[in-house]
Design a protein around this ligand. Structure first.
Ligand code: PLP
Length: 341
């Protein structure tokens, strides 16, 4: 297979149209077989439920080339499961989990020329999504849906090394108690745009959201979960019913315990504890871990001892181990690596 002539090392995180995508339709209570198509446009009615009432959800995962030349994906079964949970919360028809894995597999396979080579730092981002497609004007769930998957090559997240970022404690909330913070709904992102733009305008990289009920506990950022390392080398992640269960975070907690022999804790983390933490990182599919150097709480700077130049030592070990597992340099736990070819 001939790879596309793309400058992999200089790709950003943007959309590039590729050859094939998958589409399946839900109608009269059932999903059709689904198929690969070359048409990248979606044509729906002006009154489609997704356009009027935001009935849409998505997933994000990656395909990449391992050290010995296989194209693989990382734990797609967990994306399938999470999308089914999201669909349920949004009253959408859920797409069967085995069919989900088949669909992402097919799309990556059909676009193999776009999977960046090993060592380039780039990956193929896979975006499954679903939306209510028939006309709905009185508020209710749609009864027709489209499930789709497209892929787009994305560049190395950290060009020239992972520089720690600065967060601000945000006065806007991301998720309400008993709301939709725990599911991957497009609506969670729509309402975070304002706070995100505001943070950027003020010179911060991201928002740190607190729990909406008491505003004392750390939740997550708009698109990544937190992990902290305490001064006695415990790996701690916030526990909350309104956090999106990141697959990267869950994998890192496993790696911390089983590969690095560290103590791990999932518990409530108070904002007031941050000063005692040694390291902080954001985890998600895009970057695996982005190190956080500083959190600004209404003018008060909380600087982690790991500093603004590089990842903290434990964060680095976690990052190296998980990316080693993903790239086939370190043996993976059973079932973590889904091989395409
Ligand atoms: C997708 C997402 C994450 C990261 O999840 P991964 O499965 O690790 O990619 C974290 N927080 C939010 C709000 C998300 O939407």
């Amino acid at each position: 297979m001939e790879k596309k002539n793309i400058d992999w090392g200089n790709l950003g995180f943007g959309y590039m149209e590729t050859e094939k995508r998958f589409v399946s339709h839900y109608k009269d209570g059932a999903w059709d077989e689904g198929e690969l198509t070359s048409d990248s446009n979606v044509v729906i009615n002006e009154c489609a439920c997704v356009l009027q009432y935001a009935q849409t959800c998505f997933e994000g995962l990656k395909a990449y080339t391992t050290e010995n030349g296989h194209i693989v994906m990382f734990r797609p079964d967990l994306n399938a499961e999470r999308m089914a949970n999201t669909a349920k919360r949004l009253c959408m028809a859920s797409f069967p989990e085995d069919k989900f894995i088949e669909a992402v597999h097919k799309v990556v396979e059909a676009n193999a020329e776009y999977v960046p080579p090993y060592g380039s730092g780039a990956t193929l981002y896979v975006r499954p999504y679903m939306f209510g497609s028939n006309a709905v004007i009185g508020v209710k769930p749609a009864d027709e849906y489209q499930f789709r998957v497209f892929v787009t090559p994305v560049g190395p997240y950290f060009k020239g090394g992972a520089k720690p970022i600065t967060l601000r404690v945000c006065d806007y909330d991301r998720a309400a108690p008993h709301g939709t913070g725990h599911v991957k709904a497009g609506l969670n992102y729509a309402m975070s745009l304002y706070a995100g733009m505001d943070a950027h305008a003020q010179g911060y990289d991201e928002n740190m959201y607190l729990d909406a009920a008491t505003r004392t506990k750390v939740e997550e950022t708009g698109g990544a979960n937190f992990i902290f390392v305490t001064r006695d080398q415990k790996v701690v992640t916030p526990k909350s019913a309104t956090i999106l269960p990141s697959i990267t975070r869950r994998s890192l907690m496993y790696v911390a315990k089983e590969y690095l022999g560290l103590e791990v804790e999932e518990r409530e983390v108070y904002l007031s504890e941050l000063e005692d933490m040694a390291e902080c990182g954001l985890c998600g599919t895009a970057a695996v871990i982005s190190p956080v150097g500083k959190v600004v709480d209404h003018g008060k700077e909380i600087c982690f001892p790991s500093g603004m130049e590089e990842m903290g030592p434990i964060t680095k070990k976690l990052y190296d181990t998980l990316t080693g597992i993903q790239m086939g340099r370190i043996e993976a736990p059973e079932g973590w690596i889904h091989r395409i070819c």
